[in-house]
Design a protein around this ligand. Structure first.
Ligand code: SF4
Ligand code: FES
Length: 256
């Protein structure tokens, strides 16, 4: 089994790929394979990780042409073809190098973000959009006398979106993001929707309006790659579709 890794640093005319023979190990993750590469082949390989437990979201990268977390992706499962994700094709998936998926694991940086070095991308744009939606709870009642009770169904829906770990896998998998760099993107919109539906929130209407702009809710073309690649099961496309439905309803009611 081999690891084929994208290498790039500033000053290079174009990236290159390096192939490394891995020590077979049934529990080996792609992150573990990258450590092997560093320890036995080239310690200058750059990549991000922190928790090694699918919690921090820092190790998202393009693995076999699908954005995934390196720390929870097993090399053996990839080689066996068990981890196929039926995502809608987009340009970053097409730019390929000769690669044998039965014997090699291909690791590249997350698409749609500038590469700093090897597998490390600059996340500024992703967080700029996240900051734009103002992901801060603004309660309707600042000092309630009792706890704010919520009905279990609304908590269930809210939890779908609070599970996001900001890994940007959905951002890297979104075909619209590849076409227009100004699109707020699936993660930011899912978070915005999470505040919109929170019954404790004081600015639910304003939240919906915040992304009522061409590069907000309306820019989504409903490819659905975001939901398919999300390692935490967050469905940004569902949030976006529901927000669009609400806005369309409001508009038609305004016309009456
Ligand atoms: S919605 Fe999912 S894929 Fe997107 S940033 Fe959050 S955890 Fe990652
Ligand atoms: S290292 Fe934290 S999510 Fe992978």
């Amino acid at each position: 089994m081999k690891l084929k890794v994208y290498r790039y640093h500033q000053g290079m005319d174009s990236p290159r790929y390096e192939t490394f023979e891995l020590d077979p190990n049934p529990g080996l993750t792609v992150l573990g394979a990258l450590f092997q590469f560093q320890e036995k082949f080239d310690d200058s390989l750059a990549f991000h990780y922190s928790c090694r437990g699918a919690v921090c979201g820092t190790c998202a990268m393009l693995i076999n042409k699908v954005p995934r977390l390196a720390c929870r992706t097993l090399v053996n499962s990839l080689l066996k073809g068990d981890l196929k994700v039926p995502i809608f094709p987009y340009p970053a998936m097409g730019e390929t190098v000769p690669w044998d998926p039965k014997n090699e694991v291909l690791v590249e940086p997350l698409p749609h973000l500038p590469v700093i070095k090897d597998l490390i991308v600059n996340m500024d744009m992703f967080f700029q959009y996240y900051k734009f939606i103002e992901p801060v709870f603004r309660p309707s009642d600042v000092n309630p006398e009792k706890e704010r009770l919520m009905d279990p169904d609304s908590v269930k829906e809210l939890e779908l979106y609070t599970n996001c770990i900001l890994c940007a896998a959905c951002f890297g998998a979104c075909p619209v993001e590849g076409q227009t760099q100004e699109y707020l993107g699936p993660a930011a919109l899912a978070k915005l929707y999470r505040f919109h539906i929170d019954s404790r929130e004081g600015e639910q209407t304003e939240r919906l309006k915040k992304a009522d702009i061409p590069n907000g809710w309306w820019a989504c073309d409903a490819y659905g790659n975001c939901r398919r690649v999300c390692p935490k099961g967050v469905p940004p496309i569902t949030a976006i579709e529901k927000a669009v439905e609400e806005l369309n309803k409001q508009r038609s009611e305004d016309k009456i």
